[in-house]
Structure formats: structure tokens, C-alpha cells
Design a protein around this ligand. Structure first.
Ligand code: RAM
Length: 890
């Protein structure tokens, strides 16, 4: 068997609304044989699924490329569906069959194509401060049989679209959150199945969302604009070949809806008695809309994957607290909302308030969500059972306090609806220790909760912002767990759009308004380790998915960030000016400070060197040789300056913290004696803390990877397995189901860290996930063959684990690394490498003549391309396939 599988266009399966000049196709190869390599491929594109009239044909191309293959020269037209199929040849010249056809469909391609007008509910009836969500509608008359109906739509605020009383898509929080002043996404929907001949009611609810609702912790609203509005086009293609466009304009009408208030932080108030019948043209209360002016030039097609209802949870129970509250326990700290069904009297109102934790006494505790009310109020229509779920709000919670619900309500009447960007799950990690598996679960749920269209620090309190530092810390872990390429493509474009002309990076992206009025420091932008998201994120996406187009797109922004730092202060090779968050929330901070003990200048200069090293790598990857020379030279100068500033003449680092050692070691800033001393110091500092960490946001992600790299793998495992404070498992043993913002969010005595800033769903410390995948499991990409074309499998087994099973769906296909201790000091390692990729497998501690592969001596095994004896074991270069290595130590 040799075949082509999993066709994707721009990472998506049969996407519609793709506005890319040269869409890229990726596929995977499947083969029963080991060591399968693609020698050639052919792609055809056509307007019809049967490929009767082939429009574009690559011909047989002798190339091994199977990801991000551009359809060069196709020149897609707007609003057009292109079918494509692929076949491939392996290295023996054997050809596959053509795949089944897949397709992509373009959107409007060019923002000047919009004929629709921006419309809003009339101001006279909907004053600027009205909390009521308007409903906007029109009627579409369809006279003859329809071939297809496509809707292109966006909004200022959020929209939910209905056609003939049915939701047009399963996408939520559309049009998504971007830097609205500069970029606004539209969505494309195929509505063919919802249209009927005759009169069709087309309508949308509008909500405030990020655009006009509460945003940030200063009780601010209207950060991007003062009015919600809709822009929509519905295109009908009739079977007779004619076309018609229905566009938003002054003939639309608006009415008050049953959504009396909806706000991302505050929750939703809904009065079911006021529900309208969209489809009834003579219903009272509809008024002509107003046409407003708003830029269409900033409109771009949806880039990210949509937010959907990804997971549904069954709540565990309804509890009564010592204070007498009735609390629904979902059993998982989650983000989204509760759907519920209840039966009652018309006009009766029920309330749900959401919180993450119960306090030490088992009572409802919501102080840490600060001003975010997270309150749902629902007024019943009455009569028969009614089911409700909110529209334009989401809550971060595990518990909901039920007020005025009928006594008969049961846990089964609720569903926890988990909403986030619907990224393809790609990673799985299981091992012999249930607490570590729970930790992995918590990391995954940190991502689910905080990847709702933008990477946020937290999903519950009045904050929920795209903090750049947090994103930078977690991007690699996130990219093991799920395919984050479209997600970060969109976010990085916003980062680039929000970058200052000098190259500074706001603390969070999308930035709020044009100003940086956050009230921190002199500039309120461009903290080291936060702004570095500008280089770390695109580089990580490049390594994980081989996405050189995104790297090329972001390259100028990377360069600008580096040049911003270069221009700060008097010394171009040190960064010792400006405001920095420092090792945020580290435990070596002064009392009552959020900032750890590691000098901020030290962190800033170390990250400066790191940012330049990544920009240098990008220059090399993009063949920018002149730039590469410049960055190589600049890097050398920064490293020298770093050493003369922070390393004493006898080779001691002048900043004696765990984080200082970690940055120097991880970023390769030391060598020789100074490096050896830093390693020793790190071990000493950990020992002084009883083999516990004291690191904050900046140092923690590097802790275990550095320890494994410097020959202290056992110490890394020791830290991982600590259960007392501070440690990752401390929170697990306290019942956490997500990752906490503070190591001691809940203290030993059950009391809380101050309510000011105490999120229980904050992914930053979840960056340990990277270590689970790339050290315990040992799966790493190769920077010169990115996207896992070359897969490094170098497991680091350690004390406390008997086995670990790590799986990763890469662009080339599934990779696996499963190791297990076997009796009398041996190891079994099963490895899977996908077709058209190569594995560099390191068998730790192995002796060549003891290694068996599927029962035969290694040298006789099939698919082995090379064997090399290295310091820490035996390195085996393998072609694709599944391999089962086993050996005894000693
Ligand atoms: C808080 C959050 C966030 C962090 C900033 C600096 O708002 O902890 O995660 O990045 O501070």
C-alpha cells in the first residue's frame, strides 16, 4: 500500500473563504513499507470534482516536498471553489492513485469587492449606552432553483447569524478579536442547505464583544468603537447560471431582542418572553436600520480556525455549601458556558454565577474574578421545558451558584459547553504516574481555556488579554498539544500591526486602543521577555510546522523588535533601560512584590541576545545572507557585553538566582569555566531550596529542559515529582484541573493568595509540557529540516517513571515515542516515524551489540539508514515506519 492522505489547504480541510494569493497544499503519505520517501508528486486543480476540465496541473514534479506546496501560477479568482487532487511516487518509482478530490474556496479576495453597507440599529431607539442587543434582518426572495448560497459577513462587535430561524454556522464569537482599528476578519459560510424557494428570513444578533464591551481591568468599555454594526453579503447562484447579491443596507430592519445584556466579562441577561419570530414579516417592533461609515479596507478573510463548541461536559453534582448556597460542580475548570433545560412559570428568573474554586470552608468564592460578574440571568417563557445557552459572553469556572432555580433541578439538566479555537489536537502524553498525567491534563485544559481566538493570560477575571509574555512562554507546549499554526498566524499579524514604528511591542496583543495607557513604567510597552514574542512565536511555528511563509511575513517585525532594543539606552549591546516585568511572580521576590530577584537588566540583555540569535536563524532560513552576517556579529557583541557586565573575571555569574543561571545556560551565553560554574550554581541554588524551584514566569519554562541538557536529568525528575509547595504537583494534589497563576494560589492552610491577581487557569507554568514532550518523550523538531521532516527522538527516562507514551501528529503524519523499563535494567523504545520523514533516534545508554529491533540485531533491521556511537548511547538514523528497539544496560 502506498497512498496520499490527509489533504489540507492552509492547514484546513476543505476550507471556504480562503483569501491567499497562492494557497498551499499539504498532504501525508501512507505506506506499509519502512523507509518510504516521496520522489515526485503531481497536483491537479479543477472547477469540478470530477476533473473533467483540469484548470491547473503541476505535471509530475521530481520533488520530495509534501507540505506547503504552493499552486504557483493558479491565480485563484474570487468566490470560486477549486477542487484539487494529489498523487505521489515513492523512491522506487511506484505511483499512488489519485486522492479523492478535496477543495478550497476563495472568499472576496479583495476588500474593494464589498458592495454591502455597514448598518446598525437606529440610534434613536438604541442609544449608545443601551445594553440591549439588537436584532437585524431582511427577507430574501428566492424565485428559482438555487445551486449555491454563500454568505460573507463581519461585524463591529460580535454577530450570530440566522437563516430561516436556524444558526448559519457552528462558529462562535465571530468575527473574532483582531486589532480592530487595522484589521477586521470576515467569515464565509455555505448556506445552501438553509435556503428555500420563496421568502427567507435572514438576520443577525449583534453583541458588544471585545469591540464595545468591557475590556481590561480598569472597568473600561468601548475600547475600539461606540457602536455595533453589521456588514453582510449573501450571494445566490441559481441553477440557471444567474447570480444575485443581497447586501446589508438601509432596507434592513432592527428590533430589540430577548438578549437584554451580553458582555464578555459580565455575563448575559435573557428574557425568553421577549423572543421574536424573525421569520414573521409583519411582527411589530421592527424599525429601519441606519447606514454608517466604517472602513472596509481593513477587512480580511478569517485566518484562524473558528471558535466552536469543542467539548461537552456532564456536571458532577449539585452541592449545598455550609452557607446554604446551591452549587453546580462541573468537575473541571472550564471556559465557555452552561446550557440548561428547565421548566417553570412565565416571568420566573433564575441566576447562575460562575467561579473557579470553593474556599477553605467549602463556600462559593468569586473574589478573584474581580469585576467580571460572570452572571447569567434567564427569565422563563414558561409552559414547557425550555433550553437556554448564552450568546456573546463566556465564563471561566468550575462552579456555578444557582439562585432561584426550581428545587427539582438536577445536575443532568446542565451541560458544560467548552468553547475555544477548534485547533486540531496533535499531542498525547501518558505515563506510569497518574499525577503527572493529571498535570498534562491540566496543561491541556489551560490551553483550551485560553486559546479562545487569541492567546490570553486568563479566561475568568476582568483581564483575559493577549499578554505577549505568556504567549511566548507557552507557544511551544501549545504547538505540541494542538496545531496552532493558523491561530498564531492570525495573532502574529495583529502583533505586527500593533508594533510601534520604532519596533516596540505592546504588553498585550491585540492592543487596546492606540494608546499604551496601562499605567506601568515610562513607556508601557516593550518589556523584555514579553515583546520577545515577536521573535519566539514565529520561529517556533516555523520549527513545528515548517511554515516559512509566516516566518517571511514576520521577518521585518522580528528585525524591528531587535532594532528597537538596539536603539534603547546608550549602550547598543546591553539593555539596561525601560520598564520590564522581570521574572514575574518568582518566589525570590521581595515581600509584596510581583517581581522576582533576578535583575531586570540581566533578563533584558539575556533575552536581547536570544532574540538576535533567533533573528539570525530566521535570516539563514530565509536566505538573507547579508542580514545573517549582521546578526551574527551583533550577537557576538551582545554576548561579550553580557559577559563583561554580568560575569566576574573569575567566571562567576553576578546574579545568583535560579532564573539567571537558566537564561545563561539556555541561551548559550556562557562557555568553559563560567558555564561549569553556572551549572554548579544552579544545582546549589536548587539544593538550598530543598530541591525546589523559586522561578517565576521567565525562568520556569527553561528549568527542566536546561537540567536535562546539562546532565542533571535526575534533578529535573525530582522537581517534577515534588508534591509540596512550590512545585507543579502541589496544585495537582490540591485538586487543580488547570494550571494556576501562582505557585501558591491556594496555600497549605487552604487560604488564597490575594484576590487581586489569582487566576486558577493561567497557562504560563504549563510550559513544563514542552519538557514532557521533548525530553521525557524526547520528540523534537529539527531547525534545518523543520516541520518534523527530520524528527529527533531522544527520550530522557528518569527516576519515578516506568514508562511514557508520547504521540504527536506532525505535518508529515503521526510520530510516536514510547519507552518502557523492562526487567533487569533494560529499556524498550517503540518509535514511529511518518512516511517522507526521517528519524534521528537516540537510544540512551545503549551498547550497540545489545540492541534488538523487533527481535533482530539492530544491524540486520530494515529501514535503518545509519548507526552512530555517541557519548550518551547509540544514535540510529531511521526511515519511516514503526520500530521496536530493546536493550539491557550495563
Ligand atoms: C498579569 C498576568 C499576566 C502577566 C502580566 C505581566 O496581568 O499575570 O499573565 O503577563 O501580569
Amino acid at each position: 500500500m502506498f497512498r496520499v492522505a490527509k489533504l489540507r489547504c492552509e492547514y484546513k480541510q476543505n476550507p471556504i473563504g480562503i483569501d491567499v494569493a497562492e494557497p498551499r497544499i499539504s498532504w501525508q503519505l501512507r505506506s506499509d513499507d519502512r523507509d518510504c520517501v516521496q520522489s515526485a508528486y503531481q497536483i491537479q486543480a479543477a472547477r469540478d470534482a470530477s476533473f473533467e476540465a483540469v484548470l491547473w496541473d503541476s505535471g509530475q514534479r521530481n520533488s520530495g516536498q509534501s507540505i506547503h506546496v504552493g499552486l504557483d501560477g493558479l491565480l485563484p479568482e474570487a468566490r470560486t471553489r477549486y477542487y484539487y487532487r494529489v498523487r505521489a511516487w515513492n523512491q522506487a518509482g511506484k505511483g499512488s492513485d489519485w486522492t479523492e478530490p478535496a477543495f478550497f474556496e476563495t472568499g472576496l479576495l479583495d476588500s474593494s469587492q464589498w458592495q454591502a453597507e455597514w448598518i446598525r440599529a437606529p440610534r434613536a431607539r438604541f442609544p449608545q449606552n443601551s445594553e440591549i442587543c439588537p436584532q437585524l434582518r431582511t427577507f430574501v426572495d428566492v424565485k428559482s432553483p438555487v445551486a449555491s448560497v454563500t454568505i460573507y459577513v463581519t461585524a463591529l462587535g460580535l454577530y450570530e447569524l440566522q437563516l430561516n430561524g436556524q444558526r448559519v454556522s457552528g462558529h462562535y464569537f465571530t468575527p473574532g478579536w483582531t486589532s480592530y482599528g487595522k484589521r477586521l476578519q470576515y467569515q464565509t459560510y455555505d448556506a445552501t442547505s438553509l435556503i428555500k424557494e420563496g421568502s427567507n428570513a435572514l438576520g443577525a444578533w449583534l453583541g458588544n464583544g471585545w469591540y464595545k464591551g468591557h475590556l481590561g481591568w480598569k472597568n473600561q468599555m468601548e475600547m475600539y468603537g461606540t457602536t455595533t454594526a453589521l456588514l453582510l453579503e449573501l450571494h445566490i447562484r441559481y441553477e440557471n447560471g444567474s447570480e444575485e447579491r443581497i447586501v446589508s443596507g438601509k432596507n434592513w430592519e432592527a428590533a430589540e431582542s430577548a438578549i437584554r445584556m451580553s458582555d464578555l466579562y459580565m455575563g448575559e441577561t435573557y428574557d425568553a418572553r421577549l423572543e421574536r419570530d424573525w421569520t414573521n414579516p409583519s411582527e411589530a417592533g421592527w424599525h429601519q436600520v441606519e447606514v454608517i461609515e466604517h472602513s472596509k479596507a481593513i477587512i480580511v478573510a478569517q485566518e484562524n480556525v473558528p471558535v466552536t463548541q469543542v467539548t461537552l461536559l456532564k456536571p458532577l453534582a449539585i452541592l449545598t455549601t455550609p452557607q446554604g448556597d446551591r452549587i453546580l460542580d462541573v468537575g473541571q475548570n472550564m471556559v465557555g458556558w452552561l446550557r440548561f433545560t428547565l421548566n417553570g412559570q412565565s416571568g420566573q428568573t433564575v441566576e447562575l454565577q460562575h467561579a473557579e474554586v470553593l474556599d477553605a470552608g467549602g463556600n462559593f468564592y468569586r473574589d478573584n474574578v474581580r469585576a467580571a460578574k460572570q452572571l447569567i440571568r434567564y427569565t422563563l417563557k414558561g409552559g414547557e421545558p425550555e433550553t437556554y445557552e448564552p450568546h456573546f459572553t463566556f465564563q471561566g469556572f468550575r462552579y456555578a451558584k444557582l439562585t432561584d432555580f426550581p428545587d427539582t433541578i438536577r445536575a443532568e439538566d446542565f451541560t458544560g459547553v467548552v468553547l475555544h479555537s477548534d485547533m486540531e489536537p496533535t499531542g498525547s502524553f501518558n505515563c506510569s504516574d497518574p499525577l503527572i498525567n493529571q498535570l498534562h491534563h491540566n496543561i491541556l485544559w489551560g490551553q483550551k481555556g485560553n486559546f479562545l481566538d487569541v492567546p490570553t493570560d486568563c479566561p475568568q477575571r476582568d483581564e483575559r488579554l493577549g499578554w505577549t509574555g505568556d504567549a511566548q512562554m507557552f507557544v511551544r507546549t501549545a504547538s505540541y498539544l494542538m496545531n496552532t499554526a493558523p491561530f498564531f498566524t492570525k495573532w502574529l499579524r495583529d502583533l505586527k500591526a500593533d508594533q510601534t514604528t520604532e519596533g516596540g511591542i505592546p504588553f498585550y496583543v491585540p492592543n487596546l486602543q492606540e494608546s499604551f495607557s496601562i499605567g506601568w513604567g515610562e513607556t508601557s510597552h516593550s518589556s523584555s521577555a514579553w515583546g520577545d514574542a515577536a521573535v519566539i512565536c514565529p520561529w517556533t511555528i516555523y520549527e513545528m510546522y515548517g511554515d516559512n511563509r509566516l516566518l517571511a511575513e514576520q521577518y521585518e517585525s522580528m528585525k524591528k523588535w531587535v532594532s528597537y532594543i538596539h536603539g534603547e539606552g546608550d549602550n547598543p549591546y546591553l539593555w539596561n533601560t525601560g520598564f520590564h516585568f522581570g521574572d514575574w511572580l518568582a518566589l525570590d521576590s521581595k515581600p509584596d512584590s510581583y517581581v522576582g530577584a533576578t535583575d531586570r537588566d540581566y533578563i533584558a540583555t539575556a533575552f536581547y541576545a536570544y532574540a538576535v540569535s533567533l533573528t539570525l536563524k530566521a535570516a539563514v532560513a530565509l536566505d538573507q545572507t547579508g542580514d545573517a552576517e549582521y546578526y551574527r556579529d551583533l550577537h557576538g557583541k551582545i554576548v561579550n557585553e553580557f559577559r563583561s557586565e554580568f560575569v566576574t573575571p573569575s567566571g562567576r555569574l553576578s546574579v545568583p538566582t535560579q532564573t539567571a543561571q537558566l537564561l545563561a545556560l539556555r541561551f548559550g551565553l556562557l562557555e568553559g569555566e563560567a558555564k561549569a560554574r553556572s551549572i554548579q550554581k544552579l544545582v546549589e541554588l536548587l539544593a538550598e531550596a530543598g530541591d525546589h524551584l523559586t522561578t517565576g514566569f521567565v525562568g520556569t519554562p527553561y528549568l527542566n529542559p536546561v537540567l536535562s541538557e546539562i546532565g542533571q536529568n535526575e534533578l529535573a525528575y525530582k522537581l517534577l515529582f515534588q508534591q509540596d509547595y512550590p512545585s507543579w504537583l502541589y496544585q495537582v494534589t490540591k485538586g487543580a484541573t488547570t494550571i494556576w497563576e501562582h505557585w501558591d494560589g491556594i496555600k497549605e492552610d487552604g487560604s488564597f493568595w490575594s484576590a487581586d491577581m489569582n487566576s486558577f487557569n493561567h497557562y504560563a507554568y504549563g510550559a513544563i509540557g514542552e519538557w514532557l514532550y521533548s525530553y521525557v518523550g524526547g520528540i523534537k523538531p529539527d531547525e534545518s529540516q523543520p516541520g518534523f521532516r527530520v524528527v529527533h527522538v531522544k527520550p530522557y527516562p528518569g527516576p519515578g517513571l516506568d514508562w511514557a507514551d508520547t504521540q504527536l501528529e506532525t505535518m508529515y503524519g503521526p510520530v510516536a515515542s514510547c519507552w518502557k523499563r523492562i526487567e533487569s535494567n533494560g529499556l524498550e523504545i517503540s518509535v514511529t516515524i511518518p512516511a517522507n520523514a526521517e528519524g534521528m533516534v537516540l537510544l540512551p545508554g545503549a551498547k550497540l551489540d545489545r540492541i534488538l529491533e523487533s527481535g533482530v540485531p539492530l544491524k540486520q533491521a530494515e529501514g535503518i539508514r545509519g548507526i552512530e556511537l555517541v557519548l550518551d548511547g547509540v544514535k540510529v538514523v531511521v526511515g519511516s515506519g514503526s520500530y521496536a528497539f530493546s536493550y539491557q544496560w550495563g
